[in-house]
Design a protein around this ligand. Structure first.
Ligand code: SF4
Length: 481
């Protein structure tokens, strides 16, 4: 156990953020570099090493949180890193991007602020990279079996690393020009600098994983041809079919899906563009959708120099005086949390539904019309007489995803069955209806958190390993839902 009196002696402290005026001038991560390490031993000491650590239940990966809290308290960074990597391939990703369901589950949270699990995690892994404790783990012998992983987001990368380390020869196919999927082109630099992805990819290359970028399976290479080349295939293609907003004026110029807008900004950071082809500079920006992707659009628009940024959310605020009980989900905190992007300015409008867009004579969007909504029989209903319009010269749609993208023909070429939500159907071992083809991550689960994606990749890898070798020692932290 860490310090038995740690939670009595120390309150919760978290990473220090850079001042807003400073950080909106650049794209670097919002936290003060090095601000965590001096406080992290004390913070880790607050862990009570519960007999039944509820934080485990909160984490899909089953992270060994009390164990690495203890090592962090003792500043044994190598041992802490070892325990961290025992359940998580990429703690530097989750430590920056995960909303930390473990902290919501922390027992200390009953009558104090929970342990800063996420900050401890990121401190351990950053220290491990700094001291060279994160080394390639190439397999001792090869199985002679080959695996294609389609998609290089967190699920695909986790599956690929697990299978490579198990001795299989793994190639990751990515349709974009760089590896990383949503991690690279969906997540802004200010949330996670891409250098964290790059060094993991180098580690994976050194272990033997191969990467094939710029190849879209279904379009550039037929799925049936891919299947012939490999002993097994893992589909980790995400749930990239974006929900749209079919209201009058949707066709106007200046209205974009979030995943059209954010990648272009990230490509500027990669050096592909001097200026983003879609920019918020000088514009009144409206972001539709109150989740993390919406927040990423907000932070990006601030940094691009927007004239104003407004974020719309159809759900009411909990405990809002006007809507104390009229919503079907009494607690839905992910929509209401204040992210770093919200600290940087802008307005959030709740209980709002877009009714139409209005443009100028050149066909460019200029106004967004909205109405207030209330929930009637659990359904959002526009209130009569509440219509108004707000300026909108750039609109981003961040309303989630509806399932697997069908446009490239991958689903049809493989002959894959889908489930009732439009995701690729699979059994308890992550097998699709096509022998030798597995599915992991959002492609099977639907849109979810990065921590679930990594857990999916690890678990699917076990299914593949068992399929190829007849047995597997790989862990499977979760089962498909
Ligand atoms: Fe420590 Fe909280 Fe987990 Fe208990 S629930 S072991 S206090 S992190």
């Amino acid at each position: 156990m860490a310090d038995p009196k740690g939670f009595l002696n120390h309150g919760r402290e978290v990473a220090e953020s850079r001042p807003v005026q400073e950080r909106v001038q650049d794209w670097n991560e919002v936290y003060v570099p090095g601000s965590l390490l001096p406080i992290i031993s004390k913070q880790a000491s607050r862990c009570m090493d519960c007999g039944i650590p509820f934080c485990h239940n909160g984490c899909p990966l089953g992270n060994l949180i009390p164990e690495w809290n203890d090592y962090a308290y003792r500043e044994d960074w190598a041992a802490a890193s070892d325990r961290l990597h025992a359940t998580n391939n990429f703690p530097e990703f989750t430590g920056r991007l995960c909303p930390a369901p473990c902290e919501s589950a922390c027992v200390l949270g009953i009558n104090q602020s929970p342990v800063t699990i996420k900050n401890v995690e990121v401190s351990i892994i950053d220290k491990a990279w700094e001291t060279g404790d994160v080394a390639p783990q190439a397999p001792e012998r090869l199985s002679g079996k080959t695996v294609a992983v389609v998609g290089s987001g967190p699920a695909g990368l986790a599956a690929a690393q697990q299978l490579t380390r198990a001795g299989h020869t793994v190639a990751v196919y990515e349709r974009a020009d760089r590896v990383g999927g949503l991690l690279r082109y969906g997540i802004p630099e200010f949330k996670m600098e891409k250098r964290h992805i790059n060094r993991r990819i180098e580690q994976m290359r050194a272990e033997g994983t191969r990467f094939r970028t710029g190849i879209e399976i279904g379009r550039d290479l037929k799925a049936t041809d891919l299947k012939k080349r490999y002993d097994a295939v893992v589909l980790a293609v995400g749930a990239t079919a974006a929900r749209d907003l079919p209201v009058p004026g949707r066709e106007l110029a200046g209205i974009h899906q979030a995943m059209e807008y954010l990648p272009l900004s990230n490509k500027v950071q990669e050096g592909d563009y001097v200026a983003p082809p879609i920019s918020a500079e000088g514009k009144h920006v409206v972001v539709i959708g109150g989740g993390d992707t919406g927040a990423d659009c907000v932070g990006t628009a601030h940094r691009q120099g927007a004239a104003s940024v407004t974020q719309l959310e159809i759900m009411p605020r909990p405990n809002d005086d006007r809507h104390p009980t009229d919503q079907p989900w009494p607690t839905f905190p992910i929509l209401y949390k204040v992210t770093s992007a919200h600290e940087e300015g802008g307005e959030r409008i709740y209980s709002a539904s877009t009714t139409r867009f209005e443009g100028d004579e050149d066909g460019n969007v200029q106004w967004l019309h909205l109405a207030e909504v209330e929930f009637v029989d659990g359904r959002p209903t526009q209130k009569p007489g509440t219509d108004r319009r707000i300026p909108a010269q750039l609109v981003t749609l961040a309303m989630g995803f509806t399932g697997t993208d069908r446009e490239n023909g991958l689903v049809e070429q493989f002959g894959l069955e889908l489930d009732e939500r439009g995701n690729i159907a699979r059994d308890a071992d992550f097998r699709t209806n096509v022998p030798g083809v597995f599915v992991a991550g959002d492609a099977g689960r639907g849109q979810s958190l990065i921590v679930w994606a990594i857990a999916e990749g690890r678990s699917a890898a076990r299914g593949v390993d068992h399929h190829l070798a007849g047995a597997s020692a790989l862990p499977a932290p979760i089962r498909p839902t």
